[in-house]
Design a protein around this ligand. Sequence first.
Ligand code: NAD
Ligand code: GLY
Length: 380
Amino acid sequence: MQTKTLIVPLSNNRSYPIYIGENLLQNPDIFADFVTNKNKSKNKKIMIVTNTTIENIYLNTLQNTLAKITPKENIFATILPDGENYKNWETLQKIFDNLLANFFDRKSLIIALGGGVIGDMTGFAAACFQRGVDFLQIPTTLLSQVDSSVGGKTAINHPLGKNMIGAFYQPKAVFADIKTLQTLPKREISAGLAEILKYGFINDAPFLEFFTSENFAKIFDNNADVLSEIIYKSCQNKADIVAKDETESSDKNLRALLNFGHTFGHAIETYFGYGTYLHGEAVAIGTMMAAEFSQNLGFITPKEVAKIQTLLNQAKLPTALDKKVNANDLYKLMFHDKKVQNGTLNFVLLKNLGEAFVYKLNSAEENSTLIIKSIEKFIQ
Ligand code: NAD
Ligand code: GLY
């Protein structure tokens, strides 16, 4: 399969490529431009940040590949514990400790090798270290290949809210190696599909037609052509939106549309503790709640809500909470979400299947009964 390239178009010379292909981790040529300095007078120090799981599967391969284009002694690694629970200050500090202990400077390069947790933390470390150093994303989960590695949102969690501390900081390039998905548990493939289907729900109805039973089967079978197609389409959708509203600040609230299902989803993650439901699973359940709320307000039809549920179920995602929870408590947690501005909460809702918009609630009371009803419907 030929490697596909997509550009995220940004201002001020910050545009960057996303490479989607097989065996990229074994390909020194694809990394060459990013690991050597322009004048080649001095080799960059490289810090690969990964976790204990990926270390055992892919770290050696990447180190050996990089060693073909830069001296081995320039390549360092920081191994973090694995899990959303560790996406916090304490873990972030380990990256800074290792960079400083090894005399990294502003010309160094940091590489995120892993899923969205590693990508978000490494990106934030790169944004902060010496006020910003170059970084590359090598996403190894489906979710990170189609969403978190693209667009420059970086963050860590706080016990009071997810991704509450972070920065917008773009990578220099993204390398999505489809082969890495072969070792990914199927539950994580499903989690990635939640974000992939999201692009169809909010922006690209024709994309949803691709998700036939046959193609779902091929996805779970690791079919490279089908995976590369859905990763490419997803990155294209995301790059288009990010190019128009990089920092989620346009009047049209364009980038905010990517948060469809996430206001409910983040509350679910915070309520149950990070990691109980995978991020993609929480988003899938949140998607149902947001779709139901859209329908309760008279926007989409029950048939469209049912179609969303069918697609999520075909992706083997949960569409209801199977654990005990009080809908009111979840509702209160949503007001800690980043989308709360001056006490108003922005919900991303669907006008039609394939068209999202931002719906502003002006107080915690407005439409609370309808929201709580939409949550309750998806508690088993
Ligand atoms: P993750 O990073 O926790 O990875 C999931 C699990 O898979 C981990 O145990 C990881 O070690 C393991 N893993 C990763 N790659 C593997 C591989 N190839 N083979 C075997 N195991 C592998 O989870 P995720 O779903 O990738 O990312 C979720 C995170 O991404 C959340 O923290 C979420 O907030 C964040 N996110 C960020 C953005 C953004 O725009 N920055 C967007 C969406 C999600
Ligand atoms: N995942 C939401 C965003 O990147 O804006």
